[in-house]
Design a protein around this ligand. Structure first.
Ligand code: CP
Length: 325
């Protein structure tokens, strides 16, 4: 933690300041904002490991989770984060709501907004959905993943995981590997890691690297062994077959042979390398179980744990902003 790191007391006293009313994009954030969020999250990691995990920072506040796409990690961690901070949490399921009768995204959000929630956490398949909603509602909106665009809370929890594993993010070489084209996690991490001073390498077949990525201030490699050379961190991405139009990869077997992370390929990275994956994983497609389950290299379970703390920091920051203007 940095000196004079903010904690729950600063949120409670109203001295914790966060400039954004919404949490939509990593590219809206300045480095000091992220560092404050990471410091705040550190305190919540300790709280989450205690028997008594509840605070009252969000007492009286209402949080609505509105997930139009499937989620295990993000939805449950926002729910836990809200409950551990004392909020009333409602999980809307579009499959059993009036969305199933044809109600639009905006009508659904405006309807929920009329019930005076304080924070709306939204996941939607369309890029820009959370940003659009933020212009239609009076509450704070948190982007829990919008199409192929961004997943900013994932980037925050990844930064927290790295900071705890290495003591810093600055100066790390992070290879983000696989299906970068369809990955909101990759986009948000390019922004977040760049903001915190890491060196980012995008590694994948030309069909899965976005055109224009050479202007993102990153290195690009089209061979996994080359891309992993000397990397401190290897962040594997899920192959998102559901977002692909046409065959962008050969067979899954061939993909694993060329792009799947196994021990042999990982040996190209730095000796102290740590492996990340946002989940859910396709075992035997982008990552070998032997690597994913080896706790001496894998940070994957730490990422899940840090997800709750990072999201508590985001919600507490939104609440601080609501309470203190
Ligand atoms: N990493 C991530 O967003 O996982 P979920 O889809 O399970 O929320």
């Amino acid at each position: 933690m940095t000196a004079n790191a903010p904690g729950p007391e600063e949120v409670r006293k109203g001295t914790f300041r966060f400039p954004q009313r919404h949490f939509l994009s990593v590219f809206d954030l300045e480095r000091p904002d992220v560092e404050r969020l990471l410091d705040l999250a550190e305190g919540f990691v300790a709280l989450n490991r205690q028997k008594a995990k509840k605070l009252d920072l969000l007492k009286g506040h209402t949080l609505i989770n509105l997930f139009f796409e499937a989620s295990t990690r993000t939805q449950s961690s926002f729910e836990l984060a809200g409950k551990r901070l004392g909020a009333d949490v409602v999980n809307m399921n579009p499959r059993t709501s009036s969305v199933a009768k044809g109600e639009t995204l905006i009508d659904t959000a405006v309807t929920l907004n009329a019930m005076h929630p304080d924070i709306l956490v939204v996941r939607h398949g369309a890029s820009g959905a959370a940003s659009l909603l933020s212009q239609k509602v009076s509450c704070s909106v948190v982007n829990a993943g919008d199409g192929q665009h961004e997943h900013p809370s994932q980037a925050l929890l990844d930064a927290l995981s790295l900071k705890r594993a290495f003591g810093r993010v600055e100066g790390l070489t992070v290879a983000i590997c696989g299906d970068v084209l369809h990955s909101r996690v990759a986009r948000s991490n390019v922004g977040m890691l760049g903001l915190l001073g890491a060196r980012v390498r995008l590694v994948g077949p030309p069909t899965l690297i976005p055109s224009g990525a050479d202007r993102w201030g990153v290195e690009i490699a089209h061979d996994l062994r080359t891309g992993l050379a000397g990397a401190d961190v290897v962040m594997m991405l899920r192959l998102q077959l559901e977002r692909m139009e046409g065959a962008l990869v050969p067979s899954l077997r061939e993909y694993f042979r060329l792009w799947g992370l196994d021990r042999e390929k990982l040996a190209r990275a730095a000796p102290h390398v740590r492996v990340m994956h946002p989940g859910p994983m396709n075992r035997g497609v982008e990552i070998d179980s032997d690597v994913a389950d080896d706790l001496s290299v894998s940070l994957i379970q730490d990422q899940v744990e840090m997800g709750v703390a990072a999201r508590m920091a985001i919600l507490a920051s939104m609440a601080a902003r609501l309470d203190n203007g």
